[in-house]
Structure formats: C-alpha cells, structure tokens
Design a protein around this ligand. Sequence first.
Ligand code: MV4
Length: 430
Amino acid sequence: MGIRTVAVFSEADRSSLHVRFADEAICIGQAASSNSYLNIPAIISAAEITDVEAIHPGYGFLAENAHFAEICESCKITFIGPTPENIRLMGDKMAARTNMKKAGLPIVPGSPGVIKTKEEALKLAKQIGYPVIIKAAAGGGGKGMRICHNDLTLVSSLMTAQAEAEANFGNANCYIEKYIEEPRHIEIQLLADKFGHTVYLGERDCSIQRRHQKLLEESPSPVIDAKLRKRLGETAVRGVKAFNYVSAGTIEFLLDKYNNFYFMEMNTRIQVEHPVTEMVTGIDLIKEQIRIAAGEKFKIQQDAIHIKGAAIECRINAEDYENNFMPSPGKIESLNLPGGPNIRIDTHIYQGYTISPYYDSLVAKIIAYGNNRQDAVKTMHRALNEFHISPIKTTIPFHIKLLENPLFLKGEISTHFVQEMLREESKGEL
Ligand code: MV4
C-alpha cells in the first residue's frame, strides 16, 4: 500500500523479523509484556516520536483493549480496529449475549443475567436440564468455564467459578447455559466500514483445538453448505449491524449435530486464523482494515464475495508434541521452510533465531490452498514433511498424524476431537 511502517519491540525481540522489515523500529521496554507490549505510555511515546498516523494492534496484547483504543483516539492516532464502544460491549461476554439476543440472534438457552446464588442456579438448571455450563461474564476463549451434570456439582462449581472469576478477571459475575455436547466451533468473518456497509466472508471451522488453543483451522467448513453459510452469514451481519460495528471482526457460533447454531461470543480483532479466509475469498483482510480505518468505503458487495476452493492453516508451535506439548524455546540451528504453489507461510523465525520463552509459542503458520479440501490436505501434508527445524520441538508431528486420521479426512470433527485422538494414541502406548 506504500505505507511506511514503524515496528515496536521488546528487549527480547530485538532480532525478530518485523524489526528488520519495518522502516523504523523502537524498543518499548523489557521482555515481560507488562513492561513493553502492554505498556500503553511506551507505545504511544514511540508513536509520537515517529509521528505515526495509525497503529495496527495485531491479534494479541492490546488488540481488544478499549482503553488503548480510546487513548489512541485522544492522541489523534487512528486505531486500526473497531471503536472503543464496540470493543467494550463485546468484551463483556454476558452483555454481548444479551445484546445479540435482542438483535434476534439465536443464543443457547440459559440465564438471562448474572446468577448470584445457588438457589437461582438450581432453579435454572431444573428449567433447562443438565448438563449445564457456568461461564464468567468477563471470561471468554474458554477461560473460567465449568460443566456440571447434577445439582451437587452445580452448587460447588458455582462457588469456585465465582471465586476464580474474581481472581482472574476482577469480576465475579457468572452466568449459566445449557451445555451443548460435541459442538463445532464455527466462526463468521465480517468486514464493516464506517458507513454501515457490512459483509460476511464465509466461515472458518476451528473445532480442532486443545485446551482452548486452536491448532488447525479451515475454510470452508466440511459440513456447511451454501444455504447454511448464507443463514450464518446473514445472522452474523444482523448482529454486528445492531451495534454499529466497524472494522474486521468475527462472530463465533456453536453448531450442534442437528445444524442448530448459537451465538457464542464476538472477537473484535483480526484473528490468527484470518489467512484461510483470505485464501478462499481473495480478499486481503489487513488491507481492508487499514482502508476502513482511513475512512474509505468498502467497495465489494456481498454478492461479489465467493468462496473458491479450500484452505487449511496449521499452527506450528514451539511445543514438544511427544512430551505433552511442553514449551520448547531455544536457538534454531537449522531451518527449512516449505514453499511452492498453494503454500503460504507467515512467520517471524529464521535460521539462527532464538525463540524466547516470554510469549506465545506460535512460531509459524502454514496455510495450504487447494481446489477442494482433499487437495488442500495433500498440499499441507507435503508442506509439513518439508518443514525441517532443529533442535526445537514443534507441533508438526501432531499435524501430520491429524492429517492422516480417517475421521479428520471425512470431516467428522468436533471440539472434542483432539482430546479423543490423543486419548486413543496414549492407549496404543500401553
Ligand atoms: C460452550 C460449549 C458448550 N455449550 N457453551 C469455549 C470457548 C468459548 N468461546 C465458548 N466455549 C464453549 N462454550 C455451551 N453452552 C462448549 C464450548 C467449548 C468450545 C467451544 C469452541 C471451541 C472449543 C471448545 C472446547 C470446549 C468447550
């Protein structure tokens, strides 16, 4: 786009690729993220010194921090993302649920508001039936959830859930929903400009995850046809239009085995897995975010957005799959990255680079594209086998096994799939 860039980095990231590739780079503090990537005054100072017009917050750290978006605004720096009000509203998971219900989105049966006492909890569980799930209003991404199968566990879980929510999020508020068993995690990518033009860009199936960490994402979902896609997409658009959402965003749905879908939560940022959507739509989501933030009109109409082919992303983490996904930081002595047609690699690593233990263990994303799911799987399998890294241990062996799993190949997956697959494997070792 011809835009000059300034990278910010912590002392641990001095030798990271984004620092080399940016036109300018500024150190904003020590390795601990509270002293650097979460340090708002340090980031704003770096922006002022270099006279930047806008900040892209990426997908971690301050990307969903309404206060940071507000500070940017008050410093006359464009925050490339939604408004502080958008972020704040969706950050409260219970308020988000209530507002989406008001907008006409289907939500899982559950408590209309906060559940304070065990009497309220028991009464609600009687109405909706077990199993139920307790969630923290300030949680999200699976944090602070508890599944209960009977009155006894409900009462004890409510107490611990409230205490944990208070300790982790500074907000003890919890609510209760009917627990949907073996659902799929389906999310709809949205783009909305400042003039109310809002479109959906198909779905991503993110059911392949372990302990709420996604490992593989794909688009389209192997179980969603054009008719269901349209319903999901139009529902998601209705939801974000109801509160004047701006920028890229994602609505997460749970899809049950009868193809009922329910609003879960909304992510008010670009996500790690956005490349699969870019591959099947041909739309560069980051460019669109920047254009929207600059006040341009988004020119593509819904009927011009088509899903073509299939794309899969594998997250390569510096974790030892053979050793219960234990972190494996350290210096990369040798590295060969795959390439060729239909392969995209997003990474900050290179031979000689030292993976620090301070941040997320994600070191590369491989995105494979094909005319259909089977072709994309084949290309990904080939790429995984060409990815050589040592002595760092990674999730590559996990992905190879996954791509050879008959149920995965049939598209028969749910949010429980990885747990089941790992359990089957450990059985074989006995
Ligand atoms: C649920 C659920 C079943 N029933 N809610 C986890 C993350 C958060 N976005 C919502 N989550 C869930 N909420 C009800 N009523 C199951 C999950 C869930 C899950 C969702 C998406 C991806 C992976 C998951 C793994 C376990 C549980």
